[in-house]
Design a protein around this ligand. Sequence first.
Ligand code: 16G
Ligand code: ZN
Length: 556
Amino acid sequence: MSEFVVPEQYTRAVNTTHTGESFPIPDEEKFSYGTAGFRFRAEKLSFLVFRCAYVASLRARQLNSTIGVMITASHNPEEDNGVKLVDPSGDMLNVVWEIYATDIVNATDANLAAAVRSLERQMSQIENSFIATGNTHNARVVCGMDIRTSGPHLMEAARAGAAVFNVNFENIGEVSTPILHYIVKSYNFPQFAEPTVQGYYKAISDAFKELHEITVEPEGSSYQPKLIVDCANGVGAPRFRDLLQHIPKELLEVEFRNESGPLNHLCGADFVKIAQKLPTSFKSEDQDPKCATFDGDADRLIYFRAKTGAEPGAAELFDGDKIACLYAMYIKEQLKAYHETRPTYNIDMGIVQTAYANGSSTRFIKDTLGLKSVIVKTGVKHLHEEASEFDVGIYFEANGHGTVVFSAHFDSIIRRHPHENLALRRLALFSRVINETVGDAFADLLAVEIILRHYGWSMDDWAEKMYKDVPNVQIKVPVADRSIFETTNAEQTLVKPDGIQKMIDQDVAKFKNSRAFIRPSGTENIVRVYAEADTVENTQALGKSLEQVIRNLCIA
Ligand code: 16G
Ligand code: ZN
């Protein structure tokens, strides 16, 4: 085994930032993988990205395949950055490897070589491991970044980390997180698409154009192929512009806003969702008919428009729940048509949400669509895993992150025989517009547009023909130590601190049609309060009183 050598600027003791300054990391400071990878102030990350890329290269050698490294802090401010790893299937990193990555990242400089040797030894003892056979020539680390100023420096740290044991390294530049996921999958499954950014554009836009061709607007349609997109001043702006080069304007015309200001500042999907406000540069009086917003790395999508009869700047949201219901309606209709012609092969479908799903959406799924919604813990990996239990698994977080996953059974019946009837063709093409590896703002937007066109819907129609959100509020409460909060029941019940759930239940019982929960954030040192009730005033009152429960507890 060769020596594990760390260039000085990537040691904890030196840790050089993108401005060339040294920002040493004390041995006591601990880092955890979190809901979606490591995410911190950018100056803490050079050593961390170096080590993560080494872990990625080890995983790539173990499986003799391509692993992804994405340098992004999603909807966080510009000063932050982060890193997440992508498995060969294009999905999130295997959880056991999250633990390996955390151990390696938290080793002191003095212990690092020993920690690396021990992990390498463990891998070489695994039966069928390519490391054991020495056959690792397909091992590759593909790395992408969003548009933060710290990105290029961290990219070099990743290159150096992958170089330790000479694993192929490819810098694919500034991409959205979903593009990176898609390329990783394409490397490992070449039949999927060409493993390049252009390959991604081509695959998604070709499927969109083909599906568009067989999607006929009904008579009296109010659909408009036009919208305004808030790009959160993130990587979504340049990359979505590139993707749209492949789609004629008559099919979809997009006006871009928030392309080059401060990243995620007063704009983007997270801001719009939590504040329920229009992003900066959108005004109520513009009367914009249809708008959508991405987050900083374009893995979230929310539609919105100015809210009428509310204070200026208020936004009406068509969030992840509304998008999930739209997909479910369309797919259910196609599956019904398919089952009428071929009743023998059953294709099942399910919807996965989190506790943040608006109560009205869950009722709509159950009562109107006659489907079941499974509620799981926050974080895409939990939703993705549960959705994979179905032939067609739709999952969405209310915050706009979601996609659809399709089983091997779906693949063999639908994707391989798309020409038998129209419903089959639609399903097959829809499954190719969608980026099944992860929530993808671009692919999701194209899928939404196809369905609105199919039904001939305007935003008014979408608002009226599904369900009306119950008033809801989200409040962030900063706390010194969020680890004292422990939840169960898909994060809807607090089991620790003792007695707190009883106080929540008492508050909830004071309001009509109410529902609420408190959970510690997995990404920030805060506790989140979520509340629903019959009116806006009651919702706010409930939210405030729950906020007070936490404040009292943390002061006491
Ligand atoms: C991350 C997760 C998102 C989740 C959010 C919750 C991924 C790719 N992203 O952004 O799914 O909703 O964290 O944050 O998994 P919280 O734990 O702070 O509420
Ligand atoms: Zn994101």
